[in-house]
Design a protein around this ligand. Structure first.
Ligand code: HEC
Ligand code: HEC
Length: 280
């Protein structure tokens, strides 16, 4: 009975929230959990579990490392026995990054993927000089990146060298290792593609992006109006960004990350929608 009451009260709260704020934009967005600004002290076990959630896509709002690193997809290297693999990368003649140990290599792989592009996995045509990896820092805070490192270090039996948050640090800000203040809104569609990592997956010639694992958006304006009955090109494109699963392009994997509606400003969304709708 008590639980039943709780459910009723919760539903009423949710309903009243929608009644009070009916016009919160965008209305049909999906709901990745908001990242909390502060995190308390975590045990190593909890920390590694958070890393595992980031890996699987249960946390982070971008679909997870498995988006690309799922061994079945063959789009990105298997992330197995990473301590040993990383040691090897650091000794590779092509390595030109700054890392000196496994932890630093893993962090660098996420923050500056182009420092070392695993042979055969670069952006097509770049001769393995550009990485198609997602700009992870747009989705994860520094301590969450550390959680992913702890997971990668330990999942096949190694030791973690990163330390879990103690609850003292300001995990929302720069103190935890360099998260910058929120960047200014993008002024051009090109800037927006860059800022939100659309180019990790999509290509758009004038947009200056060259991803190759999702539909080429160069001429998306000519087909977008035909994808879904009743939606014009702009509305379809807006929906694709806000609720990627609302329509999955046939033959494509449903891997477009949810949550752009929360991260992008309304003006960035409208600018990108217009640019893509005009891309004929
Ligand atoms: C959009 C696809 C994509 C996503 C999402 C992605 N990666 Fe990657 N990642 C790649 C590709 C492709 C490479 C290989 C090219 C390179 O070395 O940069 C790579 C390389 C790596 C490497 C180096 C591997 C090695 O063998 O040296 C690590 C470590 C890594 N990713 C970790 C992660 C983690 C952790 C996440 C999730 C937090 C993640 N990646 C999410 C595509 C992705
Ligand atoms: C991790 C890869 C990935 C990222 C990052 C990504 N997308 Fe996508 N996107 C996809 C895939 C795969 C599809 C096709 C499947 C689907 O319809 O969901 C898609 C579909 C679309 C479509 C519909 C295309 C069509 O032909 O109908 C649009 C528009 C789009 N994305 C825009 C964007 C924009 C804008 C961004 C950045 C804000 C972005 N995407 C980021 C993977 C991605």
């Amino acid at each position: 009975m008590k639980n039943f009451l709780k459910v009723i009260i919760f539903s009423l709260l949710v309903l009243s929230a929608y009644t009070l704020f009916p016009n919160t934009l965008p209305q049909q967005k999906s709901e990745p959990p908001p990242l909390e600004e502060k995190v308390g002290a975590l045990t190593m076990e909890q920390f590694v579990a958070i890393g595992a959630d980031i890996y699987s896509g249960a946390r982070g709002g971008f679909g997870g490392c498995v988006l690309c690193h799922d061994p079945k997809l063959g789009r990105a290297p298997r992330l197995e026995n990473m301590p040993t693999v990383a040691e090897g990368r650091l000794k590779d003649a092509r390595y030109k990054g700054k890392a000196t140990n496994v932890e630093e290599y893993l962090r660098e792989s996420m923050l500056e993927p182009a420092a070392f592009v695993v042979a055969g996995f670069g952006v097509p045509g770049s001769n393995d000089t550009q990485s198609p990896m997602l700009v992870i820092s747009k989705y994860l805070k520094p301590w969450e990146i550390n959680a992913a490192i702890a997971y990668l270090q330990t999942k096949d039996g190694g030791e973690a060298t990163v330390t879990p948050p103690t609850g003292q640090e300001d995990t929302g800000g720069a103190a935890a290792g360099g998260a910058a203040a929120p960047p200014a809104p993008a002024k051009t569609p090109q800037e927006a593609f860059q800022k939100y990592g659309c180019g990790a997956c999509h290509k758009h010639e004038k947009g200056g992006i060259a991803g190759a694992i999702a539909p080429d958006l160069t001429h998306v304006g000519s087909i977008a109006g035909k994808r879904k009955p009743g939606l014009n090109a702009g509305d379809y494109i807006r929906e694709s960004i806000l609720v990627p699963t609302a329509f999955v392009v046939p033959g494509q994997p449903p891997i477009m990350p949810p949550g752009f509606g929360d991260k992008m400003t309304a003006s960035e969304i409208e600018m990108v929608v217009k640019f893509l709708a005009d891309s004929k």
